[in-house]
Write a protein that binds this ligand. Structure first.
Ligand code: HEC
Length: 114
C-alpha cells in the first residue's frame, strides 16, 4: 500500500517537473546600467582617407583592426596582393575581386615599398 503511494507521488512529481522548471529559474535578473564606453572617433583611427579607403575599411576590419594591417612593414604591390589573397583563401574573407583590386591599389599607395 505504502509502496504504491510512493510510486504515485514519484509519477506526480515527474509529471510536474517540466512545469516546475521555469519557476525554479525565474529569479529576477539584476539589470545593470549600460556601461559608458568612449570609442575613439576621428580621422586618426582606421585607414587614412583616400581613394579606396572606404572599400578597405568595410572589407578588412571585420576580423582585425586596421592597425593590424597598417602596422605591417611596407610591402611591394605583389606582396600586398598575396596578403589580400591569403585573407580570402585562408581566412574566407568575403571580398569581391573588384574590391580586392581596389584594396591592393590602396595598400600599395599607403604602405607600398618605395
Ligand atoms: C575573415 C577574417 C579576415 C578578414 C576579413 C581579413 N583578415 Fe587579415 N587576417 C585574418 C587572420 C585570421 C589573420 C592572421 C592572424 C593574425 O595575424 O592575427 C590575419 C592577418 C592579417 C595580416 C598580418 C600578416 C599576415 O599575413 O598574417 C595582414 C597584413 C592582414 N591580415 C591584412 C588584411 C587585409 C588587407 C584585409 C582585407 C583585404 C584583411 N586582412 C581581411 C583574418 C582576416
Amino acid at each position: 500500500m505504502f509502496r504504491h503511494t510512493r510510486i504515485a507521488l514519484l509519477a506526480a512529481s515527474l509529471a510536474t517537473f517540466p512545469a516546475g522548471l521555469p519557476a525554479a529559474t525565474a529569479t529576477p535578473l539584476e539589470l545593470h546600467p549600460k556601461p559608458e564606453v568612449d570609442l575613439p572617433v576621428g580621422d586618426d583611427v582606421g585607414f587614412p582617407e583616400g581613394p579606396g579607403s572606404d572599400v578597405i575599411a568595410s572589407n578588412c576590419t571585420a576580423c582585425h583592426s586596421a592597425d593590424h594591417t597598417l602596422n605591417q612593414p611596407a610591402l611591394s604591390r605583389d606582396e600586398w596582393r598575396k596578403v589580400v589573397d591569403k585573407m580570402i583563401a585562408a581566412y574566407k574573407a568575403p571580398i569581391t575581386s573588384e574590391d580586392a583590386r581596389t584594396i591592393v591599389d590602396y595598400l600599395d599607395r599607403v604602405k607600398g615599398e618605395r
